[in-house]
Design a protein around this ligand. Structure first.
Ligand SMILES: NC(=O)c1ccc[n+]([C@@H]2O[C@H](COP(=O)([O-])OP(=O)(O)OC[C@H]3O[C@@H](n4cnc5c(N)ncnc54)[C@H](OP(=O)(O)O)[C@@H]3O)[C@@H](O)[C@H]2O)c1
Length: 267
């Protein structure tokens, strides 16, 4: 675990401008905290305006950094356009890092309903809803981020995928969207490397955030046993890898997926 208060020094993060989508809770919130501890200027996204404003104010106060409340639903094209316009205004038209954490909530139906048992209307509904956040939202934010990063000739995008994208895990809409996200990541890495822009992904396993809080104690114990390390990961353990990927330590890494799952998926 990473101690929670000290400053962190990683090359290339201090004074960088970072936008984190889905930063109001869970992994995204931990990512925002770690970037703030590195001295980065952080823009935190979420849909609840009060929550996002409060979080940005806390980051600023606790870490002495600039923090911007970037309120938008990432599935809303006009809202995302407006969020980026405000961000550019705040940052002086600069963006060094985009971390895409926003994800559709992991409700029970996503995991346990086999494709052939879904009604056609349900297929359309579930696949579209998950894809809208986990794939389309990331693509839309990447579009705006790249428009800023290409003229800068530098920048990095980091997507939060998931181990089902690599190995499958019941929930077809989730698996499909998270796997497609890795395709997007590889294409963008290929296309934008010539501009000095790196694009990578993390694939977390069972992390104690989001869906974790809806599970019974016995479900938590059963899922902990899926990993050789026999426990749930903490949001900070995913955030630490994201921080590394954004830093200059990872300057020659692009087009890659780093698995953060206690050894469940071994490649
Ligand atoms: N926890 C795990 O075990 C695990 C494993 C692998 C991958 N992941 C992925 O990691 C990411 C974060 O998950 P988490 O566990 O930290 O979940 P979480 O605690 O439920 O947080 C999800 C975040 O996404 C935001 N969000 C959801 N829909 C959004 C939208 N349409 N527009 C903007 N923001 C939106 C939420 O903000 P609001 O306040 O607006 O709802 C919240 O900040 C997700 O992409 C998830 O799929 C999680």
């Amino acid at each position: 675990m990473i101690a929670s208060v000290e400053k962190i020094a990683l090359p290339g993060l201090r004074d960088r401008t970072v936008l984190i989508t889905g930063a109001s809770r869970g992994i995204g919130r931990a990512v925002a905290e770690l970037f703030a501890r590195c001295g980065a200027a952080v823009a935190v996204n979420g849909r609840d305006s009060t929550e996002v404003h409060q979080f940005a104010a806390n980051l600023s106060e606790q870490h002495g950094v600039r923090a911007f409340p970037a309120v938008a639903d990432v599935t809303d094209i006009a809202a995302v356009r407006e969020m980026f316009a405000q961000l550019q205004n705040w940052s002086g038209n600069r963006l060094d890092v985009l971390v895409c954490c926003a994800g559709y909530p992991l409700v029970e139906e996503l995991w346990r309903m086999p494709l052939h048992e879904m009604r056609e209307a349900e297929i359309e509904q579930w696949f579209r809803q998950v894809r809208a956040v986990d794939l389309d939202g990331n693509r839309l934010c990447s579009h705006h981020a790249l428009k800023i990063m290409v003229p800068q000739r530098r920048g990095t995008l980091i997507f939060v995928s998931s181990t089902p994208a690599l190995s499958g895990y019941h929930g077809t809409p989730y698996t499909e969207a998270k796997a497609a996200l890795l395709g997007l990541m590889r294409d963008l890495a290929l296309e934008y490397g010539k501009y000095g822009i790196r694009v990578n992904a993390v694939a977390p396993g069972n992390i104690a955030s989001g869906w974790y809080h809806q599970l019974s104690e016995s479900q938590k114990q059963e899922l902990a046993r899926e990993a050789p390390l026999q426990r749930w990961g903490q949001p900070e353990e995913v955030a630490g890898v994201i921080l590394f990927l954004a830093s200059d330590l990872a300057g020659f890494i692009t087009g890659q997926t780093i698995v953060v799952d206690g050894g469940k998926v071994r490649r």
